[in-house]
Design a binder for this molecule. Structure first.
Ligand code: F6P
Length: 507
């Protein structure tokens, strides 16, 4: 297509604010784009977008609205949920976050022995962990003096490795759990509380523990002071919640002003998504490209390759966002789908990825559409390194597309029996997002872009993107087995599980 149309690069691109999206290196003609837009229209995407932003209960299977967009709405806006404007309450919580963070960062807030806080330990899992981890890593350049730590896994070794790094007198624990019933988080918070009170006594909990949740009564039972609770609403899904009080650790680490910029970036992407025609709408175009490969090319996965070390947790964060949302096989009528839905998400930062799994993308047998995300400027301004990094960024998408023909290999004088091994078929699809600079605002835009992409895919695939029933069965069975392990009793299992349990119990 590039050979027959030299202007192609300029045609399949969207330049919006500091985002330059080039989707020309995909197997798309203008007609394909037109037909995909028609598909979205047929699926009534514009109406669905309206319902999403208006706070209708589009999470039907949980009878909830999906209003993470309200969390970054400007104070002047009104978002009605059950006839009530939720924006004032969102801003009340944001102001509470501002004040609390400023007092911790400035040193006004003190621990039980009168010392200022040096470290923050975030205890949460899934959406109560991945968003805060990803964002605080991504914005490390904007971080203050507070040391940030994350405990998520119920693995006690993980907990101890974190606790051994911090001092009880100067550590603040942020327990984040939307439900406040998650086994991992409650176990980890209980261990951390014991570790603290063993040294500082029961009274220290009030100064050293804060919580973020919708479940205020469970927090009370756990023993956290009601003044130290940051509420969230049940219309925010865990994997979309970093904009709410779930982002408390983010606001502590980068300061409330930067946290607000993150929200503003997301808000700008919300406006772009809600107001731009489908063909120029970044999340819509990206979602339609995913659908194109997923449903028409049989592609199983999509790689996310950020060309900045700061975004090294972005693929893991998007794995939850995308796979927990769109990993569904039942449609909105309760019937099994007879087409593919959510794809596998994976990735690592370039250039490391090039030296690890790029071989398979270049010469393997699978179609792996990839997102390349890069920045025009580096944060420390080291041009020499940045040019090297970005040269790889541009070269890889070019190489994946152009490949290398037999003739080109022969012209290099390669030994004839090695020729087939050195040929690159090319035509591997990539989409490139070049952003001016990584900062809180551009990161907010980037995350919101993927959130809306998830939404569009769910509409076209006719599935419910906002529940996650698929994670429940494993949780139930784990509780049954835990009881057996604790009581040393034998339950009813298959022969494989029985054998494994016998081997485990044999010590
Ligand atoms: O098990 C999946 C899940 O429900 C995620 O959707 C959620 O982000 C995570 O668990 C943590 O849940 P909570 O914030 O309620 O502890």
């Amino acid at each position: 297509m590039f050979e027959t149309d030299t202007q192609r690069g300029g045609q399949f691109k969207i330049h919006w604010e500091d985002f330059y999206l080039d989707f020309s290196k995909n197997h798309l003609s203008s007609e394909t784009c037109e037909l995909l837009s028609q598909l979205a229209q047929e699926c009534e995407l514009p109406t669905a977008i309206k319902q999403y932003f208006e706070g209708q209960r589009i999470n039907v299977t949980e009878n909830r609205a999906v209003l993470h967009t309200a969390l970054r709405a400007d104070k002047s806006k009104s978002v009605l949920f059950d006839n009530e404007n939720v924006v004032p309450e969102v801003h009340n919580v944001l102001e509470k976050i501002d004040q609390f963070c400023l007092s911790v960062i400035s040193g006004d807030a003190k621990g039980a022995t009168g010392k200022t806080f040096t470290d923050v330990v975030n205890i949460g899992i899934g959406g109560s962990d991945l968003g805060p981890v990803m964002v605080t890593e991504a914005l490390e350049h904007y971080r203050n003096h507070l040391g940030l730590h994350f405990i998520s896994n119920v693995d006690g070794d993980h907990v101890q490795e974190i606790l051994k790094k911090v001092n009880p007198e100067t550590t603040l624990f942020v327990v984040v759990s939307k439900s406040f019933t998650t086994q991992e988080t409650l176990a980890n918070a209980t261990t951390a509380k014991k570790w603290l009170t063993d040294v500082l006594g029961e009274k220290a909990v009030a100064a050293h523990f804060v919580a973020v949740s919708t479940n205020l009564s469970m927090i009370n039972t756990f023993g956290i002071d009601p003044d130290n609770v940051f509420p969230m609403n049940d219309w925010v899904g865990g994997r979309f919640s970093l904009w709410s009080a779930v982002g408390l650790t983010i606001a502590l680490g980068i300061g409330p002003k930067n946290f607000r910029s993150l929200l503003e970036g997301a808000q700008k992407m919300d406006d772009h998504f809600a107001q731009t025609p489908l063909s120029e709408n970044i999340p819509v175009v990206l979602a339609l490209i995913t659908i194109w490969y997923n449903n028409f090319y049989g592609a199983e996965s999509e790689a996310i390759i950020p060309y900045t070390q700061y975004l090294h947790r972005l693929p893991a964060y998007l794995q939850q966002g995308i796979m927990e949302s769109n990993g569904k096989s039942i449609d909105r009528n309760g019937k099994p789908v007879d087409y593919q839905t959510g794809n596998l998400i994976w990735g690592e930062p370039g250039t490391n990825a090039q030296h690890a799994f790029f071989q398979l993308i270049h010469q393997g047998t699978k179609t792996i559409p990839a997102h390349f995300i890069g920045f025009k400027k580096s944060l420390f301004g080291n041009d020499d390194h940045h040019q090297k990094l970005m040269a790889n960024f541009f070269a890889q998408t070019e190489a994946l597309m152009q490949g290398k023909s037999e003739t080109a290999v022969r012209q290099e004088g390669v030994n004839e029996n090695l020729v087939p091994f050195k040929v690159f078929e090319g035509n591997n699809p990539t989409t490139t997002l070049l952003i001016d600079k990584l900062n809180p605002e551009s990161l907010g835009k980037l995350i919101a872009m993927y959130e809306h992409k998830i939404f569009v895919e769910g509409i076209v695939w006719n599935i419910y993107s906002y529940d996650q029933w698929g994670v429940e069965l494993g949780k139930q069975l784990a509780n049954t087995i835990l009881e057996e392990l604790q009581n040393n009793s034998k339950g009813q299992h298959d022969s494989s599980t029985n054998g494994l349990l016998r081997h485990f119990n044999a010590g």
